[in-house]
Design a protein around this ligand. Structure first.
Ligand code: AMP
Length: 394
């Protein structure tokens, strides 16, 4: 993969695709700076090399229309606070306004362009729109792992207009981390797969089977596996259409020499509510009228044990309904076990979906090796798909 060190950057107009689709709170303040912070390593390299930095991103889903509520202007201010220097802002991402703003840049300046998705052409991946963007730079850098699974104008189509192009440092660490887990791992490798549904994780499970030694399954999807094995799961979440596939996965694991660890016990509730009545049972015999919303203490102990001798860990998806305090314990404890294994020298990657929210909620993000910034992109990478944003640079 081409990286920044392969490029001549001094005085060059470097057009960088970033993922500044950051969340805002009700008062209109940025509530999580992770995606801004993720781009800092790239920015430091570009500034040190005295490049003219032009950043482009999307924010939200404006569906091809200008929408002040989805402007990137407040993100320019947020970046400026984080990086401690001025960040200029152009109120359009193409055309005269953008071109003028770019022409006024000095070496070492940073400019953020307005939301790319104010143009429908961006998501349609239109070549002409990509050409208009490409006019703004001499060099193209893709540092937006979060949108690498989209074949949009600024993430993929644009690459063909540049002779000089590279991946940024955020993209580099995302790809290197996941490759380390999938293809270059120190054994034993453990994948923890949780979340609501088997249907959304089935491709990941299949893709992981040849790569890992153990798979821990938790969350809502565990109940489909329990039912497939003949268990009584009460009112727990189940995907009847996936019972056969669940059995197939169990068989395939056996023939691949992969140990699948299902929960032993389940924390059950008589309603999907934090105020519900609770009991604990074997996952194979959830009482009538109850639904399983978290893994129980025996499961935690067993999973903890598996994780304690692991050298590489991938974590995708929570162990229970961690958004409700009464069903957060399993996810918190497994997070703690991942952190402890990391402290003993294992490499741990948390990525793709709600497990990232969980490690943040439980303050574990600094105790694991790598937390991915790209939800959907990480899921597709784990599924074994070629991401258009990566393929386009080849
Ligand atoms: P996913 O986006 O597929 O990773 O699923 C994450 C969601 O799964 C979270 O919102 C959890 O609350 C939910 N979840 C986890 N365990 C269960 C469960 N036992 N029953 C229902 N939903 C669950």
């Amino acid at each position: 993969m081409p990286y920044l060190e392969n490029l001549q950057l001094e005085n060059q107009r470097v057009l960088v695709r970033v993922d500044f689709n950051v969340p805002f709170d009700k008062e209109g303040k940025i509530s999580d700076y992770s995606r801004i912070e993720a781009v800092l390593p790239t920015l430091h390299i570009l500034l040190e090399a005295k490049a003219k930095v032009i950043l482009m991103s999307h924010r939200g889903r404006p569906k091809g229309e200008k929408n002040a509520e989805m402007s990137l202007a407040p993100v320019a201010n947020g970046l400026s606070e984080v990086i401690g220097r001025e960040v200029k802002f152009a109120s359009d991402c193409v055309g005269a306004v953008a071109e003028k703003a770019v022409s006024e840049l000095q070496a070492g300046d940073i400019l953020l362009l307005e939301n790319l998705r104010f143009y429908a052409e961006e998501e349609k991946g239109e070549r002409e729109f990509a050409a208009k963007l490409a006019k703004l730079g001499d060099v193209y850098v893709n540092d937006a792992f979060g949108t690498a699974h989209r074949a949009h104008a600024s993430t993929a189509v644009i690459a063909e207009f540049f002779e000089h192009k590279a991946f940024g440092e955020c993209m580099r660490s995302e790809v290197e981390s996941v490759n380390k887990v999938l293809y270059n791992s120190e054994k034993p490798t453990v994948a923890i797969v949780g979340g609501a549904k088997v249907s959304s994780k089935i491709t990941i499970l299949k893709n992981l089977l040849p790569q890992v030694d153990h798979i821990i399954i938790g969350g809502g999807m565990a109940y489909t596996f329990a039912k497939a094995k003949g268990g009584d799961i009460g009112n727990s979440l189940v995907e009847e259409d996936y019972l056969d596939l669940a059995n197939e996965i169990l068989q395939e694991a056996k023939s691949n020499g992969v140990e699948i660890h299902l929960p032993i016990d389940s924390v059950n509730a008589d309603a999907f509510s934090n105020d519900a009545q609770i009991n604990i049972s074997s996952i194979m015999s959830v009482p009538q009228g109850f639904m399983g919303l978290d893994i129980g203490p025996k499961s935690i102990k067993h999973f903890h044990n598996v994780l304690s001798f692991s050298r590489t860990i991938l974590w995708n998806g929570p162990m229970g309904v961690f958004e409700m305090s009464n069903f957060a314990n399993g996810t918190r404890e497994i997070g703690e076990a991942v952190a402890e294994a990391t402290e003993k020298g294992a490499f741990s990657l948390v990525g793709g979906g709600d497990s990232v929210a969980a490690v943040k909620q439980f303050d574990l993000d600094d105790r694991v090796s790598y937390v991915s910034t790209g939800g959907g992109a990480m899921l597709e990478y784990l599924e074994g798909k070629v991401l258009p944003g990566i393929a386009a640079m080849g």
